[in-house]
Design a protein around this ligand. Structure first.
Ligand code: ADP
Ligand code: MG
Length: 723
């Protein structure tokens, strides 16, 4: 057993003394993907003809015959059993944004009362979980509880291990109703990948590319997260039930010294990160980068990009594994968008591009005139798509957590704008004016093209405040919620890109002079959609005014944002590209509104609980102590002006908090009395959220007035700095 495997075993079993566990690169190449039934395992274990048939299904979407499925299932089972598996599961992604799994063992009884381990092709390709308890937004009437899961063979099966030693063969699946409506987040994602591939190929053909057969949307999702000591987490009802602190005054030190970002990793954190890497590597997740983030006790993990589909599955594994591994280190991983007020929140940077099956990145500026024409066309398509459907992208990033983050002073604003960098912007602007847009100086490659400009060799400008930034050869959608699945944002991105590419393809296909038409397309895109380009500081108040002038939407909250996915415009778009039907869109709208309401309802209940059972009793009890202490002081002839002053201040906030508690309770009850999903969500947004904020201000003020020993829950200073 290699050193790394030993560590892996130890880590999986929950033991983790920080001894000298050195890892070696040879071990790592062996360990990586060791729990994945990927190409290597398939080649080793499948007969040649079966392997090729399966590859055709994976790469070209050819129908999988039951005969092939039977052989694959058997090989998969043998492989899994050799590695200790007893169960398999169809792993799917319901609208909760989490993943779901139901485990079945391989056991099958024999006539003589024994068992054998079996797994059939049918069991591999189709499962029938009881779907009645998953949100469906009315798609699947409850009397028709059945839904089914279908193997998504484009994402490899893998083994999940837990600390107790269980090993489960995990099969990524899509989850549909019997009438083929998508009940999950993966089905529309797969459909959107088809749509964008089809339209991108048309564009490439029209531009003269005859080799590419498929275009894949590629995604690398950087994941931000917080870690806190479990002993503090356990004492906070708000963290346990809502995933964020609902109360808490700022600690004396925040992030103002800027000493956390990229700071040296503490031993306890790097021990966690190493175990996280190992667990992810085993499952084939390309964990690459790890570092301290801006806020105290905030961190980031970035993988190497892969296809959208695999990246989405892997990001779910990343979130799940972070939480699991953290617990092994007596830490809790917080994925919430805004766990602590006053310091940075967490996001997910969704890096997105389009790649051909012959290895070209379509958003990479090239070094031939042809490549640049292609690049500018795909850039123009993205610009068009983002400007035209900014509202849908905004909706895809909406959740209760992001309502606290977007538009706050350290997060991208709720306005969708595109950062292009000065050099590229200059070129685009010149192109818009019908000039060739030649670059300045040596930083540009001279290409000698007439109609299309030279392009910068390396566009390394960075702008951390832009919600949608071009970063040299990809776009980075930074608004995405840290706790959410990336399926939604990428489904929208792929679909809006498909539409823009469709229009471009149609024009190019008809054009007598393709190059001229290409130039015209880029020029028109710049003139029509250039308003979405913004290279300045997205956090500045001026930008909000400027964006309004430009007519860019600024949607501040989830309830309003979600509407963009349920109107006629959305239905037309998503139906045209067969990504989501009107019914499926509407069901999602209902489900997400309901989720909004439920989350705020939980927050309100946790607030009420903490104030009633923890804060108010503690304050009253401290006032009692103060009263008794004052009596004592008086009895020895001292004045008690300080005690009186302090008691007065405390009492003022206590009285206010008590009143505001009643207001919150009433608001919550009233909001819950609404029948209609939208009215209910609006009542929670307009009445309950402000009532919670109001109550918080008095409780936070009280935290400053009371001694630490009298305060019933851990403070921000403890949670953020005692790690
Ligand atoms: P930075 O954001 O600092 O430029 P990187 O260039 O390493 O950092 O990229 C950050 C993330 O973007 C990584 O997850 C990386 O794999 C991903 N990424 C890089 N190229 C692409 C691409 N063509 N498509 C999608 N994601 C990509
Ligand atoms: Mg980045």
């Amino acid at each position: 057993m290699s050193v790394l495997q030993k560590i892996a075993k130890e880590s999986a079993s929950g033991r983790n003394e920080v001894t000298s566990k050195k890892t070696h690169s040879d071990d790592l190449t062996e360990l990586f993907g060791s729990n994945v039934f990927g190409d290597r395992a398939m080649q080793e274990r499948l007969p040649e003809d079966i392997y090729r048939a399966l590859k055709e299904t994976i790469e070209k979407g050819k129908l999988l015959t039951l005969e092939v499925a039977n052989v694959v299932a058997n090989a998969m089972k043998d492989w899994a059993i050799e590695k200790g598996a007893t169960h398999y599961t169809h792993w799917f992604q319901p609208l909760t944004g989490k993943t779901a799994e139901k485990h079945d063992s391989f056991i099958t009884p024999t006539a003589d009362g024994h068992i054998i381990m079996e797994f059939s092709g049918k069991q591999l390709i189709k499962g029938e979980p009881d779907a009645s308890s998953f949100p469906s937004g009315g798609i699947r009437a409850t009397f028709e509880a059945r839904g089914y899961t279908a193997w998504d063979c484009t994402s490899p099966a893998f083994l999940k291990e837990d600390a107790a030693g269980n090993v489960t063969l995990t099969i990524p699946t899509a989850f549909c109703s019997y009438t083929s409506e998508a009940l999950d987040k993966k089905t529309p994602l797969l459909r959107s990948m088809e749509a964008v591939s089809k339209q991108a190929i048309r564009v490439l053909r029209a531009l003269g590319n005859t080799t590419a057969q498929r275009v894949t949307a590629t995604v690398g999702a950087e994941q931000e997260y917080f870690l806190i000591d479990k002993k503090y987490y356990d004492q906070r009802i708000d963290l346990i039930s809502a995933g964020r602190t609902l109360f808490g005054g700022p600690s004396p030190k925040g992030q103002e010294l800027e000493d956390q970002y990229f700071g040296a990793l503490k031993d306890r954190i790097s021990a966690f990160m190493r175990d996280l890497d190992i667990e992810l590597w085993k499952m084939g997740v390309l964990a690459k980068t790890k570092h301290n983030e801006v806020a105290p006790t905030q961190f980031e993990m970035a993988p190497i990009f892969s296809t959208t589909n695999v990246a989405t599955d892997h990001n779910q594994l990343v979130m799940e594994t972070m939480q699991k591994v953290a617990l092994r280190h007596n830490l809790v991983c917080l994925l919430h968008e805004k766990p602590f007020a006053g310091v940075n929140g967490s996001g997910k940077h969704n890096n997105w591009s389009l790649a051909t099956d012959d290895g070209q990145n379509l958003l990479e500026p090239g070094n031939t005139p042809y490549d640049n024409e292609q690049f500018l066309i795909f850039l123009a398509a993205t610009l068009t798509a983002v400007d035209r459907h900014a509202d849908k992208l905004r909706a895809s990033a909406a959740n209760t957590g992001n309502d606290l983050r977007l538009g706050a002073n350290e997060a991208p604003p709720a306005i969708i704008s595109v950062f292009m960098g000065d050099e590229l912007s200059d070129i685009l602007e010149a192109l818009g004016k019908g000039k060739s847009g030649k670059g300045k100086g040596e930083r540009f490659m001279a290409l000698g093209v007439d109609s299309l400009p030279s392009l910068p060799m390396d566009n390394t400008d960075r702008n951390r405040t832009s919600p949608f930034a071009f970063t040299g050869n990809k776009f980075e959608f930074r608004m995405v919620a840290s706790s959410a699945s990336i399926a939604g944002p990428n489904t929208v991105l792929n679909t809006v890109a498909a539409e823009a590419l469709d229009e471009i393809a149609t024009r190019l296909e008809k054009a007598p002079d393709v190059n001229k038409e290409a130039t015209a397309i880029v020029r028109e895109a710049v003139n029509k959609h250039g308003r979405v380009i913004f290279n300045g500081n997205g956090y500045a108040a001026d930008w909000v005014k400027e964006a309004k002038k430009r007519g860019l939407p600024n949607i501040s909250n989830t309830v309003d944002a979600l509407a963009a996915m349920a109107n006629d415009n959305a239905t037309k778009l998503f139906e045209k590209y067969k990504v989501l039907s009107g019914g499926e869109l509407h069901s999602r709208y209902e489900v997400y509104l309901e989720q909004y309401t439920k989350h705020i309802n939980i927050e309100a209940k946790a607030s009420i609980d903490m104030v009633k059972k923890q804060y108010i009793p503690s304050v009253i009890s401290y006032l009692g102590d103060l009263g008794r202490a004052s009596q004592d002081a008086k009895s020895i002839g001292l004045t008690v002006t300080v005690q009186k002053d302090l008691a007065g201040k405390i009492n003022k906030h206590l009285v206010a908090a008590y009143k505001k508690l009643a207001i919150l309770e009433t608001a919550r009850e009233k909001a819950n009395s609404f029948e209609h999903a939208k009215e209910k969500a609006e009542a929670f947004r307009d009445k309950v959220v402000p009532a919670m904020h109001g109550l918080r201000s008095d409780i936070d003020a009280l935290e400053f007035l009371l001694p630490t020993t009298a305060w019933p829950v851990p403070s921000y200073a403890e949670m953020l700095f005692k790690l």
